[in-house]
Ligand binder design. Structure first.
Ligand code: GAP
Length: 467
């Protein structure tokens, strides 16, 4: 069943998953702060990732590099020259759009699937986009006119200044991807860690993009988390093709096992040549069926040796790898599974949301909101509830259980005294288990445990509670 984005957004605020950024000052457009429960989901996803990739696999290590980097890094990576979108203005109403997106949307609506001509392997040049807008009389989505200004390039990087003395400030960028922090540490990793190709370096952290068309809640924002892996392989077509295919399978499986989203809503899509980023020879996107249509969750790109070679050129440092067995020296090639963590949190929230009709104990039909998070990513694992809030012994016993469980799990203690309300609140948060301490508990040490999805309750000994 589909629920509107507005439903998800208002539940996210009401229940402490995500708040509008700078809320008391009337919001900073499109900024979102994670609330306590959103933060827990983020932590659970990161932990699951660390356990699987870094702890269990053994061929991936991780690091945490700086957001601000030497500006030469961005020149070498191509972001200063190439990380831009072509913008056009409607001559009549002055609204501004991304030319490529306008065309994409107009092609989706029309039967005419002929794309503007492009040079093989390159992004469609701005002049071709401009010609296409005019030739096909693409309409402005705001005023329906079809007169366009020439496309202007707009760099998506946020620029700031470093330094304290006027005149000695240096222009510097907030990183638009976490990847470059990995490439510039490649030599440090080779020199300090016992790694053998193939191996990967992972990083989770913030990235910043001055997006022209942010929106759809936390889908496209200007400040967001990425989870990236750069996986270094030999320069051999058979080797990288095999690694690329393996990463497609692994990525799909991880969306299901790590974020626990419905497999039927996931889709793999290969990029058209004109859609490829400037550094990539091949990219697959993992997409999800959002309430507003399909959207990208992750890209898996074959980045060749582009980044390391560029850093060799710009830094003058030797970033080649020496194979200890064959003695061969070469610049490794890279497969990059790059996933948005902010988008993963949003997707988990959308995928889990449900409204369910049920008949209560009095035979009355009710509707409950329930977040069906897998228990591994649910923000709260157990809610411990004393049935009568004025009964000191009951409250004490519930508190003791809470203290014991919370050594290993995120738990909530809820002594509001209204069991129905407590269950509804925990269902909305997505808490898999509610433990209730009642009169019988004081006599025989048992409690009731209620399972979120089935709403079934059973009585067990308090020491037998397991996750
Ligand atoms: N290093 C490669 C890279 O950054 P990308 O496709 O531009 O590739 C990777 O970004 C992922 O980061 C995307 O699949 C998406 O999940 C996430 N992402 C990109 N821009 C975003 C934005 N403005 N807001 C939220 N997430 C974003």
């Amino acid at each position: 069943m589909w629920f509107s984005l507005e439903t998800i957004v208002s539940r996210a605020k009401r229940r402490g998953f995500a708040y509008p950024g700078s809320d008391i000052y009337g919001w900073l457009a499109n900024a979102r702060d994670l609330g306590p429960y959103g933060t827990e989901i983020k932590r659970n996803i990161e932990n699951s990732r660390r356990t699987y990739f870094v702890q269990e696999r053994g061929d991936i290590i991780w690091l945490d590099s700086q957001i601000l980097m030497n500006p030469k890094v961005r020149e070498a990576s191509g972001h200063v020259a190439g990380f831009s979108d072509p913008l056009v203005d409607c001559k009549k109403c002055k609204s501004r759009f991304r030319a490529d997106k306008l065309i994409e949307e107009s092609l989706l609506k029309s039967k005419d699937k002929e794309l503007p001509k492009n040079r093989a392997g390159e992004k469609t040049p701005a002049e071709d986009l401009f010609a296409f807008l005019w030739a096909k009389k693409v309409k402005c989505p705001v005023c329906w006119a079809s007169e366009w200004t020439e496309p202007k390039k707009f760099n998506l990087m946020f620029k700031t200044e470093q330094g304290v003395i006027e005149g000695e400030w240096m222009d510097i960028y907030l990183r638009p991807e976490t990847a470059q922090g990995i490439f510039v540490n490649f030599k440090n990793i080779l020199d300090t860690m016992r790694v053998r190709i193939p191996f990967g370096i992972a990083q989770v952290g913030k990235a910043f993009r001055n997006e022209i068309t942010p929106g759809n809640f936390m889908f496209r924002v200007r400040e967001f988390y990425q989870m990236e892996i750069e996986y270094f392989v030999e320069n051999d077509e058979k080797v990288w093709l095999k690694a690329f295919k393996e990463w497609m399978q692994t990525s799909k499986k991880r969306w299901i096992d790590e974020i626990w989203i419905s497999e039927k809503k996931l889709k793999f899509r290969e990029h058209d040549k004109e859609e490829l980023a400037f550094y990539s020879k091949g990219t697959f996107d993992v997409e999800y069926e959002f309430p507003w249509g399909r959207g990208e969750l992750q890209g898996i790109a074959y980045r060749t040796d582009y980044d390391l070679s560029q850093h060799i050129k710009f830094s003058g440092k030797d970033l080649q790898y020496s194979d200890p067995l064959t003695g061969k020296r070469y610049v490794p090639h890279v497969i990059e599974p790059s996933r948005g963590l902010t988008r993963a949190i949003l997707t988990a929230m959308i995928d889990a949301y449900d409204e369910e009709k049920y008949t209560d104990g009095n035979g009355v039909e009710q509707t409950r909101v329930v977040a069906r998070f897998h228990k591994n990513i649910a923000p709260i694992k157990f809610a411990v509830i004393p049935l009568v809030k004025k009964d000191e012994k009951m409250v004490q016993m519930a508190h003791d259980i809470y203290k014991k469980l919370s050594k290993d799990h995120m738990c909530e203690f809820d002594d509001s005294g209204n069991i129905g309300k407590s269950y509804r609140r925990q269902d909305e948060i997505g808490t898999p288990y509610c433990i209730t301490v009642d009169h019988q508990s004081l006599e025989d040490g048992t409690v009731t445990i209620r399972e979120r999805d089935s709403m079934k309750q059973k009585r067990i000994k308090s020491e037998d509670i397991t996750f």
